[in-house]
Design a protein around this ligand. Structure first.
Ligand SMILES: Cc1cc2nc3c(=O)[nH]c(=O)nc-3n(C[C@H](O)[C@H](O)[C@H](O)COP(=O)(O)OP(=O)(O)OC[C@H]3O[C@@H](n4cnc5c(N)ncnc54)[C@H](O)[C@@H]3O)c2cc1C
Length: 244
């Protein structure tokens, strides 16, 4: 079970995302049919800056449903099951995750937390345990196979796998969910692994749709104060009671 590093790739996003959001917003306030406006949006007759300005102004009002029409799909791999357990708590999203029932984990990779990597004794203990887990998985799978449990031996042998076991997942979120996800998971209070993945996802979203994501991030980026309280604040922004 060798150590593995995370990989986050943007597989796809809704085409013409800014124009689509603009069109959805305009339909709310426009007497005509937005389908008639669509060609002039995508061919550049209504400049991107004008669309962006309109979108930014309406978003400030809290009218957020138009941004739900644009989605981003990521392939996230080389992350722990501990990370994906947190990720899938974000319910307004779609997921497809590598199955431990079907995929043989005899040589499964694992995630090594940086704090453990930096402590030689903790690292030695951790790596020894990962080795033992790998041996246990293979032994149990082989014993079940002797009992005639062919392919399905994996679904029981997997019970010994640790939260550190590496996994791959495809996730699709719309822009509104993405903003909520970044508010929760870009904050320094979030666990280091999902925070790293969230920050990479945010960078990729910004490259495609800066008009929506330039000011996205932890809640403090929007609030300009830290809502996490004295015990958990990282100090980047003042606590509400300490603001001038
Ligand atoms: C630092 C941190 C620590 C955490 N610790 C824990 C923990 O100890 N234990 C734990 O169980 N979880 C924990 N969580 C998970 C957290 O409680 C949320 O489940 C998770 O962040 C998903 O957020 P969400 O519900 O906003 O997202 P989504 O599920 O994507 O929902 C998006 C939004 O839709 C609305 N919504 C969705 N479903 C409902 C519903 N059923 N009813 C009403 N509104 C709904 C809400 O407005 C919600 O914000 C933690 C999260 C963080 C960031």
């Amino acid at each position: 079970m060798p150590e593995i590093k995370p990989r986050v790739e943007l597989l796809a996003h809704t085409p013409d995302p800014l124009s689509l959001i603009y069109a959805a917003f305009r339909q709310c306030y426009h007497a005509g049919e937005v389908a008639d406006m669509w060609p002039s949006l995508t061919c550049g007759n209504i400049p991107r800056e004008k669309q962006a300005e309109f979108v930014a102004k309406i978003m400030e009002s809290g009218h957020a449903s138009p941004i739900e029409h644009v989605s981003f799909t990521f392939a996230i791999s080389g992350v722990s099951r501990a990370l994906t357990h947190q990720l899938v708590r974000h319910r307004i999203a779609s997921y497809s995750q590598q199955s431990q029932r079907y995929v043989d984990a005899s040589n499964m990779d694992y995630v090594l937390p940086p704090a453990i990597a930096a402590n030689p004794r903790a690292r030695e203990r951790y790596e020894a345990f990962m080795k033992e887990v790998g041996n246990a998985y293979r032994d149990i799978k082989a014993l079940l196979e002797e009992d005639g449990r062919g392919f399905s031996s994996r679904e029981d042998a997997r019970m010994v796998l640790p939260q550190a076991a590496s996994t791959n997942i495809v996730v699709t979120m719309n822009c509104r969910t993405m903003l909520n996800f970044f508010e929760h998971r870009c904050c320094t209070r979030a666990q280091w692994e999902i925070r790293g993945v969230a920050r990479t996802m945010l960078r990729l979203c910004r490259e495609v749709l800066p008009e929506v994501f330039d000011h996205a991030g932890a809640r403090c980026e929007r609030l300009k104060f830290c809502p996490e309280g004295e015990k958990f604040t990282c100090g980047r922004y003042p606590l509400p009671e300490k603001r001038g």
